[in-house]
Design a protein around this ligand. Structure first.
Ligand SMILES: [Zn+2]
Length: 160
């Protein structure tokens, strides 16, 4: 395969940019399966289900973001790239969508927990993350990974 099908209006422009040409080669090398539904699946590169990513000349990005940058154009500021087909490892340009990432709304009231390392706003920020990494969040906030998992699954810090 030399090119991924989809809405590819930016592709010709991208191929004039050496950086994106290199990224394109890496992206194609990651594709492991093209399904009947038009999905172009890449092999996850990260540990524990983290989405595929790769680096070109110090430019580190998710594979689906590379796909957008190559086929659709520069990613608008403040936007995240999502897949619309339900396959998190899909990089088919037609299955990608850019959404503006809104910061989480302020909590209606603050939950007072004197000994807690986490606050309601931190919890909301965690839940709003696109691809939360349990181990990174646990390290960052100095709590056990099970605490993070319970938060992300809604078992603790329930909005009442
Ligand atoms: Zn797809």
């Amino acid at each position: 395969m030399s090119k991924i099908l989809g809405h590819t209006e930016y592709y010709e422009t991208a191929m004039k940019d050496d950086h994106l040409v290199r990224a394109h080669k890496k992206l194609l090398a990651q594709v492991v399966k093209v399904s009947d539904t038009g999905c172009c699946l890449v092999k996850p590169t990260g540990a524990s289900g983290a989405p595929a990513r790769f680096m070109v000349e110090g430019d580190h990005d998710l594979s689906r973001r590379w796909a957008w940058r190559i086929y659709c154009g520069p990613i608008p500021a403040g936007h995240r790239i999502y897949t619309t087909c339900g396959e998190s490892e899909c990089v088919a340009p037609a299955h990608l969508m850019a959404y503006r990432h809104e910061p989480p709304p302020r909590a209606p009231r603050r939950v007072v927990r004197p000994r807690a390392k986490l606050t309601w706003s931190i919890v909301q920020e965690m839940r709003a993350l696109n691809e939360p990494s349990v181990s990174e969040l646990a390290y960052l906030h100095d709590v056990h990974p099970s605490t993070i998992r319970a938060i992300l699954s809604g078992k603790t810090w329930v909005n009442w």
